[in-house]
Design a binder for this molecule. Structure first.
Ligand code: NCD
Length: 316
């Protein structure tokens, strides 16, 4: 049985196959309209979401499948004290695949160890968000025609931004990419991300200034400061507007640089940038549904196995 917990759980070849399938689905949606007929997806969201949840649900419906689930912790039995381990064992009886978003790092991995059905991590705290990464990779491939030999700037909250961690990990497998990591000192990526870049011998620059690097970038990946992961509001208020991408900054960039953002945006991209043809973040949303359709097909086609016998009080 296959799960998707971290962005590198799929090999680079599998990612290429998913991208090819998403492009094929885009060209011929009718050909896939019954592909998941009779299958049910459980959508278990313990944290707020607009795009991820709705794109997964819309993806499953467009494949002819059906969806059950909840959109907030408060409407699940978690409020009665049920553990995620118990919930996933129960939900395995009602559905064929589960998508989980949860505020705790490691929650999706733990759920997968108790699950009878494939589990997709739709965001586990500040750790990873692998399906946003698949979305980002499809977007980069669609606008640049390749996933290698690119200079990619990541800007904003690189400490708590799970989409950044997953995307850097996945991109580090492709040759000759350069990384420009722009954030306030306190919001630099966790050490393990630097370790991955170092181990893969990837050229990396860390800086607090964005302007100096604008002219070098092929991709600029903007992120919001992750308010919900801060320990105190004062730090958030001090750091939240560290970077605001506006038309003046865009003038410094290459004519074919692409701006990506996982969304939601707060202040970090001025609305005036939206009409710049280099702004790709709303196009990126469309790719999110397509790649999730491809992913659901892939995971539902994998042979079904048995969960490891892992029930232990440490997980409760
Ligand atoms: C991201 C997330 O939830 O991590 N949103 C998303 O899924 N597209 C980014 C964010 O919330 O800032």
């Amino acid at each position: 049985m296959r799960h998707l917990i971290e962005s590198t759980d799929m090999s680079a070849q599998e990612v290429t196959d998913l991208i090819d399938l998403a492009i094929e689905i885009d060209a011929n949606p009718q050909g896939y309209a019954d592909r998941c007929k009779g299958k049910i997806m459980a959508s278990l969201f313990y944290e707020p979401s607009t795009r991820t949840r709705l794109s997964f649900e819309s993806a499953m419906l467009s494949l002819g499948g059906q969806v059950v689930g909840f959109a907030s912790e408060s409407s699940s039995s978690a409020t009665k004290g049920e553990s995620l381990a118990d919930t996933i064992r129960v939900v395995s009886n009602y559905s064929d695949i589960a998508v989980i978003r949860h505020p705790k790092e490691g929650s999706a991995l733990m759920a997968s160890q108790f699950s009878l059905i494939p589990v997709i991590n739709a965001g586990d705290g500040g750790h990873e968000h692998p399906t946003q990464t698949l979305t980002d990779l499809l977007t980069i491939y669609s606008v640049k025609g390749k996933l290698s030999e690119l200079t990619i700037g990541f800007c904003g909250d690189l400490k708590f931004g799970r989409t950044v961690h997953s995307l850097i990990k996945a991109l580090s497998r492709y040759a000759d990419n350069r990384y420009v990591l722009v954030s306030p000192f306190e919001l630099r990526p966790p050490d393990y991300i630097y370790t991955i870049l170092r181990e893969n011998k990837r050229k990396t620059v860390s800086d607090e200034r964005l302007d100096d690097h604008m002219r070098d970038l092929d991709i600029l990946y903007m992120t919001r400061v992750q308010r919900e992961r801060f320990f105190n509001e004062e730090d958030y208020v001090r750091l939240k507007d560290s970077y605001i991408l506006d038309t003046a900054k865009m003038r410094l960039a290459k004519p074919d640089m692409a701006v990506l953002h996982p969304l939601p945006r707060v202040n970090e991209i001025a609305p005036e940038v939206d009409k710049d043809p280099r702004a790709k973040y709303f196009e990126q949303v469309r790719y999110g549904k397509l790649i999730r359709m491809a992913l659901i097909i892939k995971l539902l086609s994998a042979p079904v196995g048995r969960p490891i016998d892992a029930y232990d009080t440490q997980y409760r």
